[in-house]
Structure formats: C-alpha cells, structure tokens
Design a protein around this ligand. Structure first.
Ligand code: CDP
Length: 242
C-alpha cells in the first residue's frame, strides 16, 4: 500500500486538492487516476458527469433532429442523479439514476453531443456544485476542463495537460478498439477537434489554462514518465502545504 511508504506517510495528514485540466483525450484521466492511486487520494472524473447528463438527454428525447432541447433538459436536471462506485478491480464506474453507464457514456454518439450539453450554463452550475461537494474533504484529484479555473480555483496543484492532436486522436482510437468499440480515425479526430473548439469558445467557464497551472505536454513521454513528473509536483505542494 502506498500509505506504508515512509516518505509519504509523513505528509499524509495534510491533503491537498489537485486539478487536472486539458484538451480532449490528452491522457488527463490516465494521469489523474494513477496520481490519485499513488497518493492514496480519491479520483473524480468530471467529464463522466457531463457524459452521463448527455446520455440522459439522448435517452429522454431531448436531442431530436440534431437539436438539443435545452429548456427540456434544464427542467429535468433534478431528475438526473449521478454517482460513482468502484468495481471489483477498484475502477470507478459512473452510475446514472442507479444504472451503471460507464461503458455507454464513452461511445462516440455520446461524445458527439457532450460538448453542446456541457456548454449549457444551468448544467454546469449543477455539476460544479456536486463536484465541489465531492472535493470538500480534499485529498482529491479531479480531471476536466474547468477544475483549476472554476471548480477548485484554490487547488494547491493545477496541472494543464496537452498533447499534439494526432497523438491524442491515435490514443482515443486505440482505446476504443481495445474496448471492442467500432472506431473510425477521421471521425475520432474530428470529434476531438470539434469538442476542443466548443469547450474553448463557450461563454460559461471555457476550457483554458489557469494562470497558476503548470503545463505538462505528454506528446512524447510515457505514462510512467508523466506520472513521475506530476507526482514530484504533488509532493512539492504537499510538503509546502505543511
Ligand atoms: O475523455 P475526454 O478527455 O475526451 O473527455 P471527458 O473528460 O470525458 O469530457 C467530455 C466532455 O465533457 C468534454 O469535451 C467537455 O465538453 C465536457 N467537460 C466539461 O465541459 N467540463 C469538465 N469539467 C469536464 C468535461
């Protein structure tokens, strides 16, 4: 257990908040998950929450003829209950109104609507309030688009992850194939670019690097290398939080 490592144990009583933001499919969630595990922190995938709301909208006829019925969605937000549970392997699973939707929310038809749904201010207000509650006790690594700017503006460590678009598209494509999902490289790349465009240009908490965030470009480094960089930053901040 990481808790038993003496160099961490010394600092375990002082937990910090870690925000990981960045573009679509840049490896944020891999990094955030591994970092949380290494520190003994809780990992929260805020994107999964926006994906679950999107699935709810799709299943309840709020997206018809390529149009999102924003009014209907806003009126139903109280009926959208999202929570996370760990499965037998310790992997977080997203639940929508009591049903495990972890696999479904990663599919391309959800990815194609998630950014328009996430741009609705009322949706964001509800999600951000829930995310802030989840992170109240600190000891949390949360990944998303607006974690360092809006959800936890006082996070002790903010990491902004970037990678070249072709590298990101290849990673998402490989990930989908490995899950047995049909994938088309052009469609995957276009979806990433379109989501990045909407995420950066929306009025409500757009995707941007917080002024005090550190940038991690992982285009040409391995998962282990990016984890080491982030872990060193985290330990620095944990020590100085004492
Ligand atoms: O996995 P990937 O990086 O492609 O995306 P995600 O983290 O699952 O997020 C899906 C979408 O949710 C993003 O493209 C954003 O439109 C939205 N999102 C957001 O607006 N704010 C967040 N904090 C997290 C996600």
């Amino acid at each position: 257990m990481v808790f038993d490592l003496p160099h961490i144990k010394k600092y375990m009583d002082k937990k910090i908040t870690i925000a990981v933001d960045g573009f679509s499919s840049c490896g944020k969630s891999t990094l955030a998950k591994q970092l949380a595990a290494k520190l003994g922190y809780v990992y929260i995938d805020s994107g999964a929450m926006y994906r679950a709301v999107t699935l709810y909208a799709l299943r309840n006829n709020m997206i018809v003829d390529e149009e999102l019925d924003t009014k209907k969605l806003i009126a139903s937000l109280d009926d959208v209950k999202i929570h996370f549970e760990l499965n037998a392997n310790g992997e977080p699973q997203t639940f929508l109104n009591g049903t495990n939707v972890e696999r479904e929310i990663r599919k391309i038809y959800v990815s194609q609507w998630v950014s328009p749904v996430a741009a609705v201010p009322e949706v964001r207000h509800v999600m951000v309030a829930q995310q802030q509650k989840m992170g109240e006790a600190k000891g949390v690594v949360m990944d998303g688009r607006d974690i360092g700017t809006t959800v936890f503006p006082n996070a002790e460590l903010k990491i902004f992850v970037t990678a070249e678009v072709d590298v990101r598209a290849q990673r998402r494509y490989d990930e989908m194939l490995s899950k047995g999902e049909p994938a088309d490289m052009n469609e995957v790349k276009q979806n990433l670019q379109e989501r990045d465009r909407i995420d950066q240009s929306r009025a409500e908490s757009p995707l941007r690097k917080a002024d005090d965030a550190v940038v991690l470009d992982n285009s040409h480094i391995t998962r282990d290398e990016q984890l080491q960089v982030a872990y060193d930053w985290a330990m620095e901040r944990i020590k100085s939080a004492h």
